[in-house]
Design a protein around this ligand. Structure first.
Ligand SMILES: Cc1cc2nc3c(=O)[nH]c(=O)nc-3n(C[C@H](O)[C@H](O)[C@H](O)COP(=O)(O)OP(=O)(O)OC[C@H]3O[C@@H](n4cnc5c(N)ncnc54)[C@H](O)[C@@H]3O)c2cc1C
Length: 88
């Protein structure tokens, strides 16, 4: 069955990647009705995040999830860890 387009959404988010999903979270907490669509039939199964950018942490702070995000990460070795001449 074809999905029906809801016409009661105030915002249409195109793309359920990091940006679209974060916007969805922010709209949800503000009580704004949205619909999110994506060209892909399923989410990306790999990982594209080995480091969190400072701006991302600011957004996490604003959303109130920075502590939870920090607690659910693990240290990823810096590439310089592989260099024998780098002093540690
Ligand atoms: C190899 C790699 C490593 C990375 N490592 C890091 C990292 O360590 N730290 C970091 O902060 N960032 C990292 N990034 C960058 C990070 O992945 C991107 O900044 C982030 O994914 C961008 O989010 P986005 O929502 O804009 O795009 P995407 O995550 O690409 O999501 C876009 C979504 O829109 C959908 N879409 C596209 N066109 C359409 C359309 N016409 N109609 C409907 N849906 C559509 C796609 O299917 C996709 O689901 C990395 C990226 C790569 C490729």
């Amino acid at each position: 069955m074809e999905p029906k387009m809801s016409d009661d959404a105030d915002v249409l988010i195109v793309g359920a990647g990091a940006v679209g999903l974060t916007l969805a979270v922010d709209l949800q907490r503000r009580g704004v009705k949205f619909r999110i669509i994506d060209a892909a039939s399923q989410g990306f199964e790999g990982s594209r995040a080995k480091a969190v950018q400072p701006r991302t942490l600011e957004v996490f702070d604003d959303l109130g999830v920075s502590s939870r995000a920090a607690c659910s990460t693990r240290h990823w070795a810096s590439i310089s860890d592989r260099c024998p001449s780098v002093a540690r």
